[in-house]
Design a protein around this ligand. Sequence first.
Ligand code: 164
Ligand code: MG
Length: 369
Amino acid sequence: MEIKSITLRHIKMDLLYPFTTSVGTEFDKDIILVEVKSKSGLSGWAESVSINEPIYNEETVKTNWHMMSDYLIPLLFQDSMKHPNEVSDRFKPIRGNYNAKAALECAIWDLYAREKNLSLAKALGGVKDKVEVGISVGIQESERKMLQQIEGYLNEGYKRIKVKIKPSWDVHILKAIRQEFPSIQLMADANCAYNLNDIEHLKELDAFHLTMIEQPFDCDDIIDHAKLQAELKTPICLDESIHTVEDARKAIELGSCKIINLKIGRVGGLTESKKIHDLCEKHDIPVWCGGMLEAGIGRAHNIAITTLANFTLPGDTAPSSHYWKQDIIEPEVEMKDGYIYVPESAGIGFVPNIKRIDDVTLYSKTFRN
Ligand SMILES: O=C(O)CCC(=O)C1=CC=C[C@@H](O)[C@@H]1C(=O)O
Ligand SMILES: [Mg+2]
């Protein structure tokens, strides 16, 4: 692959509905779109998943732009590459900054798959032609509103409901959901809202037969999670704590979790995602694909990775119409009976809608090799 140029576009899109977690509310989404052009004339596309504030992790849209422009793109321009697997090695001298690294790496995977005329799913070794879809429901202003929303989502066909929890919005809300919907696949995501002092309180959640509780403790913890998992029947799923296959190995060895939420952006790209997937498969740890309120291009990468065999639980890959008045790809991502059918055409399998992208672009910059 001979890279000719890389264009970064900062786009901004309104979310159809605000999304509230234990750490804050998102009303819109700023995204850095990456387009990598090769000398073959083809382009590969990806999105960076950071938000504007460092509240989910330490990266932001601005730090992503800085890392890509000043460090990562120059590393890509040093030499040509045969395979996207080489990108993560190229980025090794730069610590952390997983979201920024992932955005460039994913665009190069898309370009590679297009050059080979393979779908990204096939290029990654995917084995499914459709993927199961779950939905992530933010904290609501009332219990009644929450129940109404869940009923609507179940009617739309979603296979699993994930609700955001925090100390004042947990036991009563899960109890109400279970009373109304006794047999649905239900899970809770705390985004780090608890600590060791909450173990007795969290044990109350075992009564609700949750598929898992996601990231109850700190964003860099795997020690206290192991203590909690030893006391809980409910499987713990780690999200924020896992950035590398080494993090996953240590968490599995310690017994810190029984499930991992794999977010491509959080782990620096598709190559590391595959490594974590393979390690988890070996240890009978199911994985699923988490969402970061991506627009269509990021969502397409999520759909492709979900086709790997050990993605055995529904992902947060809701269709375009759940988030946006109009998405940035054609066709938009659609869900049928709780499934997304995986596109078979080359690369991510969706076409970037340049007119729509231009309409939502705040600024852009092209780097030439
Ligand atoms: O993309 C989606 O629909 C899932 C959204 C979601 O749950 C999350 C998005 C962004 C940051 C986090 O709060 C979070 C998560 O922790 O999984
Ligand atoms: Mg999470």
